[in-house]
Design a binder for this molecule. Structure first.
Ligand SMILES: Cc1cc2nc3c(=O)[nH]c(=O)nc-3n(C[C@H](O)[C@H](O)[C@H](O)COP(=O)(O)O)c2cc1C
Length: 311
């Protein structure tokens, strides 16, 4: 039995990543309806709005999860709300999940923490985490400046722990999913792929910028300070790249990027995976194609194993 399916209740072990303002009911419900697992964000810090989104998802009766970015939570209001909302799956990120695990477990909720390093993964396992979202440096959004790729990080963690792993960073389809499973993952999480989906709420300019980008179309920025991020190469991020650091108010225009399509109002977060995304597709097509490709590749690998051949 696939443990990610057992823990989430989804039909397929394909998660939509938490993304501030973007990962709300329209996108999350499309993913969950298509058999994946939608995740509702709380990193926007808009407590009332996020609680409304969570209530809407509960009312829809679809499996889904909530992300709690520990460092960005102002108080424990969101934690308490989640514990009482009838949710079965939470991902935590940005900080130590140690204090969150006991109350979430008491509410019957499975907890996976997003980790960019082996060291943090082992701390989470010691603290009693149920699973890990293994986030390689290819991924979009906030990053650890000590870059470890998804390919290496999955193997490094699997060498030292047997907890379920959801691979994130660089995955857009069944090829990436099959590769992640070969390295020990039992699920995948996609961010950039779902940003460029028909049901994603972001402006068409953002989706088209992802489609237009190639695999070298992003930068890791602000590596010497915090937060370190991966974002599309734009005129706005060129300035940060050249300066080597990011002003404190860098994200003030993020909603203009997301919803106004002003690509130079703030960093347009995206992963290297943008180079693998060639068209905006409906969420259901993305998930169907991912599952079909995953099974086709698994069958090819199985045939190779059966024939003791290499192709
Ligand atoms: C536009 C965008 C916004 C993101 N915002 C958040 C966020 O608010 N909180 C978070 O934990 N991760 C955030 N991430 C990271 C994703 O959760 C995920 O780890 C990442 O997208 C995976 O890599 P991929 O983009 O190659 O699929 C964001 C990613 C993107 C592309």
């Amino acid at each position: 039995m696939n443990r990610v399916l057992a823990h989430t209740g989804a039909r397929y072990p394909i998660l939509q990543a938490p993304m501030g303002w973007i990962a709300r009911t329209p996108l999350a419900s499309a993913v969950s309806r298509a058999g994946g697992l939608g995740i509702i964000e709380t990193s926007s810090g808009e407590t009332a709005a996020c609680q409304h989104e969570i209530r809407q998802m509960v009312a829809l009766g679809l499996p889904f999860g909530v992300n709690l970015p520990i460092r960005f939570l102002k108080d424990d209001a969101m934690l308490r709300f989640v514990c009482e909302a009838g949710i079965r799956f939470v991902t935590t990120s940005a900080g130590s999940p140690a204090k969150f695990i006991a109350p979430l477990h008491a509410a019957g909720i499975k907890v996976y923490h997003a980790v960019p390093t082996l060291e943090l993964a082992l701390k989470c396992v010691d603290a009693g985490i149920d699973g890990l979202v293994v986030e390689g440096s290819e991924g979009g959004g906030f990053k650890n400046p000590e870059e470890v790729s998804t390919l290496v990080l999955l193997q490094a963690i699997r060498e030292r722990s047997s907890v379920p792993m959801i691979a994130a960073g660089g995955i857009v389809d069944g090829r990436g999913m099959a590769a992640a499973f070969a390295l020990g993952a039992e699920g995948v999480q996609m961010g950039t792929r779902f940003v460029a989906s028909a049901e994603s709420p972001v402006h068409a300019h953002y989706k088209q910028a992802i489609v237009a980008a190639d695999a070298t179309g992003t930068w890791v920025l602000n590596k010497k300070s915090t937060p370190c991020i991966r974002a599309l190469k734009t005129s706005f991020t060129q300035v940060i790249h050249d300066a080597g650091l990011m002003p404190a108010d860098t994200f003030k225009g993020i909603r203009q990027v997301y919803f106004g399509g002003e690509m130079d109002a703030a960093p347009a977060l995206a992963g290297e995976s943008a180079g693998l995304i060639h068209e905006v597709l409906p969420v259901a097509r993305i998930i169907e194609q991912t599952v079909a490709e995953f099974h086709a590749i698994s069958a090819r690998m199985g045939a190779m194993a059966a024939a003791a051949s290499f192709g």
